[in-house]
Design a protein. Structure first.
Length: 256
């Protein structure tokens, strides 16, 4: 958004049990014009946009980052810190996506706290959820501002589909997005957004708040240039209540 949406994350955290979502999840990506490399990071922590090491007992939950170009999807190579990935592909001028996925994971709670388990594994659980998270970032290379590739759903469980390239959005203008769950629009979804320099705790204070319409669409209004993030969360009953109570999905969108 004229360097204004370096990052957007859509989230619903209001009134829901905190567990797997004690951490935010996003993707950072940048193109090195000198080497042609794309370097990306899984952001999973409390200090957006700075990544931090992923705990050993959670590394297995994350799929490798993927880069989407007009030629298709390509898995990136993990190198260095366990959140760091890179691709040697030399990209032409244009707009691309980098995707991150947190695999569906059961989390159950009993008197001792939270564990990666369902009700059959934790028979005294008072609550169980299957958590699934997805992250998406828009990478504009060499001044690219295309919309065609980035405005198509990529098949994540819950995803935010940008309907414009944020590089073309000026402060005070609208950045339209659509929220999809299992390929269908999510109506009246709660959407919030903020930016890195916004006063207060990013989890408690938001620069934007709204709900999607009946087509799952909403116009985000970034009033200030900066590094933005939005989050969206969607909850549905689990298919077998003997095993777990709810599926809680979180989707994020980031862009430079």
């Amino acid at each position: 958004m004229y360097r204004l949406a370096s990052s957007l994350i859509l989230s619903f955290t209001l009134g829901l049990p905190l567990s797997a979502f004690a951490h935010d999840f996003w993707v950072n990506a940048e193109h090195d014009a000198a080497t042609g490399q794309v370097k990306a990071q899984i952001g999973y922590g409390h200090d957006f946009p700075a990544p931090e090491a992923i705990a050993a007992d959670r590394v297995h939950i994350f799929k490798p980052l993927r880069m989407v170009s007009p030629a298709g999807s390509m898995e990136m190579t993990q190198k260095g810190e366990n959140y760091a990935y890179e691709s040697a592909a030399k990209l032409k001028k244009g707009s691309y996506l980098v995707l991150g996925d947190y695999k569906p994971t059961f989390w159950a709670k009993n008197a001792e706290g939270w564990k990666q388990a369902n009700r059959s594994q934790m028979t005294d659980a008072t609550y169980c959820e299957e958590a699934v998270m997805s992250a998406k970032t828009i990478l504009n290379v060499n001044g690219g501002m295309e919309t065609e590739l980035i405005s198509k759903p990529v098949g994540q469980k819950l995803e935010v589909v940008p309907l414009a390239n944020p590089a073309t959005v000026r402060p005070g203008a609208v950045f339209p997005v659509q929220v999809m769950f299992d390929g269908k629009p999510v109506k009246t979804a709660e959407v919030s957004a903020t930016f890195a320099e916004f006063p207060g705790n990013a989890k408690d204070s938001k620069a934007f708040y709204g709900r999607t319409d009946l087509e799952g669409k909403i116009d985000i209004v970034p009033l200030k240039a900066g590094y933005w993030y939005m989050q969206v969360k969607h909850t549905v009953p689990y298919s077998d209540l003997r095993l777990c109570d709810e599926v809680i999905a979180v989707a994020t969108l980031t862009a430079r």
